[in-house]
Design a binder for this molecule. Structure first.
Ligand SMILES: [Zn+2]
Length: 172
């Protein structure tokens, strides 16, 4: 099965999609959340990590966490900064930021493949495709679970939680 990440619903250039096995997806989300939880400085950036962490196969099921770049929590006002932040998070993941937290050794070749494709999708993403409805839904979801302040961190992994818990705890 696996999970697919694409630009937006109408984007049908399969060459540009990022298709990953379920196992690689878990590693991909883990290395991004580790990097981003270290780099995030403001509430919006922490919520971005919470959003990525919510792509949690331990909660949604294996092969059920694919997404569109347009569904990520972009805002029109913050678009440039948000894009810059995500690209820095990808760079951090490539530099193996906090990989020591993982209780396994990711296969670098696969992780690099996924990060390269993801970086390409982020670079290609045009703000006209921002899904503001998805952003509003995400914000009310956070609020419903008491995330009105900064999202809390997992005490064990020091990564931002999503409303149903820690993606790294659920992996192990
Ligand atoms: Zn944890």
């Amino acid at each position: 099965m696996g999970n697919r990440i694409m630009l937006h619903r109408d984007h049908d250039n399969f060459e540009e999609h990022l298709k990953m096995s379920n196992g690689l997806t878990s590693v991909f989300i883990a290395v991004l959340v580790l990097s981003g939880s270290t780099l995030a400085q403001n509430k919006a950036e922490k919520e971005w990590m919470s959003w990525l962490a919510s792509r949690d196969q331990g909660i949604h099921g294996r092969g059920a966490v694919g997404f569109c770049i347009s569904d990520m929590p972009w805002t029109r006002e913050g678009f440039v900064d948000e894009k810059d932040f995500v690209l820095r998070v990808i760079d951090g993941a490539r530099e193996k930021l906090r990989w020591d937290v993982l209780n396994y050794n990711p296969t670098e070749e696969f992780v690099t493949f996924a990060l390269d494709r993801f970086q390409n999708l982020i670079n290609l993403f045009d703000e006209q495709y921002i899904n503001e409805e998805a952003y509003q839904e995400w914000q009310s979801y956070l609020k419903k679970y008491g995330f009105s302040e900064n999202p809390p961190m997992c005490q064990h992994h020091a990564v931002y939680l999503h409303p149903a818990g820690c993606v790294l705890c659920h992996d192990s």
